[in-house]
Design a protein around this ligand. Sequence first.
Ligand code: AMP
Length: 276
Amino acid sequence: MEKYEKLEKVGEGTYGKVYKAKDKATGQLVALKKTRLEMDEEGVPPTALREISLLQMLSHCLYVVRLICVEHVDKNGKPVLYLVFEYLDTDLKKFIDTFRKGPNARPLPPNLIQSFLYQLCKGVAHCHSHGVLHRDLKPQNLLVDKEKGILKIADLGLGRAFTVPLKSYTHEIVTLWYRAPEVLLGSTHYSTGVDMWSVGCIFAEMARRQALFPGDSEFQQLLHIFRLLGTPTEKQWPGVSSLRDWHVYPQWEPQNLACSVPSLEPDGVDLLSVSF
Ligand code: AMP
């Protein structure tokens, strides 16, 4: 790790801290992510190695944050892995925040929303075509290069050796705002639709500059969803009431989605409606 000069902490992900650093030899800025892998006497578990090589393979896409290399360090006899990523200057959450508050508060330009949504869809399609679900897409996981107008998916691929947790390693609550109803209801047979759900929530959030479904518990999250989109029935969604975490909910009718995203044109509302 002497190759890198640690500059500052830039974030805290679900699995650990992220540092901005500089490659001393090349001057290249990188993001260092210490992984919290459970290592046994045998060293790095094969599941983790498989995930890292998958991550490296997926990151050869314009719309996925590039994994430059993996550094293996021995810390007091304990092996630690650092993932070294290309560095991007901000994430979509911080980016939207700059449009939401302060003297420069204004809507995001429609062509920027279009471009970010396009790049997000390309990145998600790339992952899905390689058989990988992200399962935790959210604005914090989408990195943005402001100057170039580039958006890339981050925090990918560690989703299988570890399941998506409810609390982060610092016991911070993991956001549920982008989580699909089938996941919230405890379905175990979900697929690519869970990422498309998150894409829809992120699209709406760019248009609204605030979250569409800001639930603070799994139950509240489902209420937010059902209040807007209607409570699902057995007829619309066979088997829904047999899912593990199904309860009895108020019977809401679907509302007009356009009212929740007043800045979107009809084509935008139509596009949004197909992600839910
Ligand atoms: P993550 O664990 O990927 O969700 O990262 C947590 C936070 O660290 C993100 O929300 C970003 O603000 C920041 N971050 C992660 N990866 C990078 C990167 N490659 N470049 C710059 N910032 C990053």
